[in-house]
Write a new protein. Structure first.
Lengths: 499, 324
């Protein structure tokens, strides 16, 4: 661990004149796990994209094994043994595991593919990584965690010595995270260097040897993990003391604003019943695939219901499309911000007014009004962007989420459904969003929070519904809202007595 | 010394997204080059002719811009020109003489264009057929219908006023050019300043996000094909009037390619989501000037296709660079 495998010297990156990385200097040692921490927009992704050749640096130098290298493209990086495991996997779903592992590095027998050799080599590699993955399985039949294994195996076939992983665990279940940790140990033993981005401080503490913390494009510190605790990490990331992240729960009225009865979708949802009170935060907990997103989409008219009644403020309503839902002042922020929420090549105003556009049209679109309103939201939510004309693709995840919130707030909802509202978002922005939810409930808006982060559900909700395989298993209030109770219901170990 | 003054300007322009202004710069360069290369180029008569030639495919390209921004393509426009043209001449000859017949022919040409566009749109949105395939099929169907109803013979108008529309002038500018300009302004407003135009861009950028934003994706997509059809109707009747006849086998042949080329040269992404009407206007004019110059310089007509192809490739390469 004494020879730096990579020496980063004075790396600067500017985007159209705006400096986003300020002279980063950092040594990375062979066989270590280096955690990179920072809020959204701190520059960690930018730095790693420079190392992996996706962006080119504005100035500075990189040495590998003591020799200057010029990384201009991802194929340069690949040649130097640097691989990035993206959050969205680059696997071909119609091919099987070994074909993907050897994609671009096919072993040949003269002109023909040597499938036997590729299969056995893949098998050996997967064995070494202690997975029971079958090299002949089709990618489309694999779980997210298994796909990640394939990506890692693919990187190893490319003889990568430096693996960069961007929030690898956000997509994994708890059990899969354990397997992933074991895999990282295996990789370390092989002498592979791992650079690891995560927002989960506990995980970083557990997994990494050293931690580099970035803030506003500056490298704040590099510490051995034994020298730093979680509070210090958070403080260094944010640059000030973090107060309590969850605001105190608000009192709510008993007035029912949304009543869902007998909601069913064949094969997905079974007899969902619940109500939502004015000013309340209702949490929906459960494992991935429990039917929480489907419930929200059915209420919003995005999925066809087989049965079910919905009442809004005591009135029975027919919601057959999302336009109907908007008409009844319902709002839904999807968990898939980029795929279903925002248009990445639209600027901030166009995204914010996409649903509420009609209120900006008097014959023609009133661009001035549109932009003025957008500026108000940018101020209100402290959205950080180079300019209001920035495309959403150039904003960090946290700022994108704020634009997404603005977009729905501009429809003036009474009922707001948030699906994984803080996925992939830094601590500080999380806190801002939590406090915003609180202030909404004070104004009489009712909020449903769907989240796979137990802490979030517990920290925010007045009441929690726990779902499992398309059914509501339990309803928790007050002191009953705790990790143990939720997990019991979510795992099917406990069921609510039906009235 | 000039370079040292230019370079800060160039970096500033780079920030302004060079791909957006590339068509305009290309047009200016082309005009400068053309006026040096041929003394005839800048003569008013030549310019008028180029613009008139440009307006027929240009009008179609204006409609095509909406289709392409929404993420589709319409290959049937060329055949549709022939079919609408033949039908409008049949109508005018059927109704008889006088301006009344001309008005009937013009309005029914536009209506028929709209109808055929709507048929494309219905097949694509209701039948969920990819626009490339659906309009490839209707391209063949429309052409075949044209040949059948005309018995493959040239259709000649017997109305004495009909040729005045395509051949007339207002303030020394041909009517088709006026219509091209007015339509471009109207379409520009529709694309950039109406909710519909915004929705077209949204659908072409990410139809999933659009549908989750309460936009009627299929309806918007349908309307783009309707607009393309209406534009074809207008272009077809202007063309029929200009020649006072329609030749069913040749009319509108390869117009789809010219229209798509004009849109692409104008900077609209073939992948959808963004584009401009003024870009398409410039794209159409660039194509027109290139054709004109090849003629003026006495270059073999057989080489014109090659030059056009190279211009399209250059335009796409510039776009691709700009995207990165």
């Amino acid at each position: 661990m004494n020879v730096p495998v990579m020496q980063i010297r004075g790396i600067v990156k500017e985007f159209s004149g705006v400096r986003v990385l300020h002279k980063i200097t950092l040594d990375i040692f062979a066989g270590e796990v280096l955690g990179v921490l920072g809020e959204n927009g701190a520059g960690k992704s930018t730095l790693l994209k420079i190392i992996s050749g996706i962006y080119t640096r504005t100035s500075g130098s990189i040495k590998i094994d003591g020799e200057d290298v010029d990384i201009q493209s991802s194929s340069d990086a690949k040649r130097l043994g640097i691989a990035m495991i993206p959050q969205e996997f680059n696997l071909i779903s119609s091919l099987n595991v070994f074909e993907n592992i050897f994609l671009g590095n096919e072993l040949k027998n003269g002109f023909l593919l040597n499938k036997t050799l590729m299969r056995s080599k893949a098998n050996q590699l997967l064995k070494e990584l202690e997975t029971d993955l079958n090299p002949d399985s089709l990618i489309e039949n694999l779980s997210v965690a298994e796909k990640q294994m394939v990506e890692i195996a693919k990187a190893l076939v490319n003889e990568s010595r430096i693996l960069i992983m961007d929030e690898p665990t956000t997509v994994l279940t708890d059990h899969e995270v354990d397997i992933f940790f074991a895999l990282v140990e295996k990789l370390k033993q092989r002498g592979v260097t791992i650079i690891f981005i995560s927002h989960k401080l506990k995980e970083v503490k557990h997994l990494c040897d050293r931690l580099a913390i970035l803030r506003d494009g500056h490298l704040i510190s590099v510490d051995d993990v034994s020298d730093i605790n979680e509070e210090d990490m958070a403080r260094k990331m944010v640059g000030r003391e973090l107060n309590q992240i969850y605001p105190a729960r608000a009192e709510h009225t008993e007035e029912v604003v949304l009543k869902v009865s007998n909601l069913s979708i064949k094969g997905l949802l079974h007899d969902i019943n619940f109500d939502l009170k004015k000013g309340e935060v209702l949490g929906f907990a459960g494992l991935i695939g429990a039917g929480r997103t489907e419930t929200a989409e059915a209420i919003m008219g995005l999925r066809k219901k087989d049965s079910g009644h919905i009442e809004v403020s005591g009135q029975a309503v027919e919601i057959n499309s999302i336009s109907d839902a908007v008409l009844h002042n319902l709002a839904y922020l999807s968990e898939d911000r980029q795929g279903k929420g925002l248009i990445m090549n639209f600027d901030i105003p166009k995204n914010i007014t996409l649903i509420s556009l009609a209120s900006y049209v008097r014959g023609l679109i009133q661009h001035k009004k549109e932009r003025a309103v957008a500026r108000d939201y940018v101020k209100r939510f402290d959205i950080k962007a180079a300019s209001i004309n920035s495309n959403l693709a150039n904003l960090s995840g946290g700022n994108q989420q704020k634009v997404y919130l603005s977009k729905w707030m501009d429809t003036h909802p009474n009922i707001l459904i948030l699906d994984e509202p803080t996925r992939g978002i830094d601590v500080n922005t999380k806190k801002e969003i939590y406090h915003f939810i609180r202030s909404l409930t004070e104004q009489g808006v009712s909020v449903i929070v769907i989240s796979s982060e137990l802490e979030e559900v517990m920290g925010l909700s007045n009441r929690v519904m726990v779902m499992r395989s398309g059914e509501i298993m339990g309803e928790l209030t007050g002191d009953a809202i705790n990790e143990k109770e939720i997990m019991y219901y979510a795992a099917g170990l406990k069921t609510m007595a039906r009235a | 010394m000039i370079m040292s003054q230019l370079s800060p300007m160039i970096t500033r322009m780079k920030r302004l997204d060079i791909a957006t202004y590339a068509p305009f710069i290309a047009l200016v360069l082309l005009i400068v080059f053309s006026s040096i290369a041929s003394e005839h180029f800048l003569m008013p008569r030549n310019i008028t002719n180029v613009l008139r030639q440009v307006s027929y495919t240009g009008i179609i390209a204006l409609g095509m811009t909406f289709v392409i921004i929404a993420g589709g393509i319409d290959l049937s426009v060329g055949s549709m020109v022939a079919l609408v043209g033949v039908l409008s001449i049949m109508i005018i000859n059927g109704v008889g003489d006088g301006w009344w017949a001309v008005a009937m022919a013009v309005s029914s040409a536009i209506a028929l264009g709209g109808l055929f566009g709507a048929i494309n749109g219905l097949i694509i949105t209701r039948g969920k057929v990819a626009s490339f395939i659906a309009t490839l099929a209707t391209m063949s169907i429309f052409r075949s219908m044209t040949l059948y109803i005309s018995d493959a013979g040239e259709m000649v108008s017997e109305n004495q006023h009909f040729s005045d529309i395509g051949g007339g002038y207002l303030w020394a500018i041909p009517y088709p050019v006026w219509i091209f300009i007015l339509l471009a302004i109207a379409y520009h407003i529709l694309l950039k300043h109406s909710a519909f135009g915004r929705h077209v861009c949204a659908v072409g950028s990410n139809s999933k996000v659009a549908s989750y934003s309460a936009i009627k994706v299929r309806w918007v997509y349908f309307l783009t094909f309707l607009i393309a059809g209406l534009s074809v109707g207008i272009s077809a009747v202007l063309l029929a009037s200009r020649l006072n006849s329609v030749s069913p086998g040749d009319a509108g042949l390869f117009y789809e390619l010219d229209a798509i080329a004009a849109v692409v040269i104008g900077g609209t992404a073939l992948s959808g989501g963004k584009g401009t009407i003024w870009g398409t206007v410039i794209g159409a004019i660039i194509l027109g000037i290139i054709n004109n110059m090849l003629n003026l310089m006495g270059i073999s007509p057989y080489l014109q296709g090659m030059v056009k192809g190279m211009v399209i490739l250059t335009a796409v390469l510039v776009q691709f660079k700009g995207d990165r």
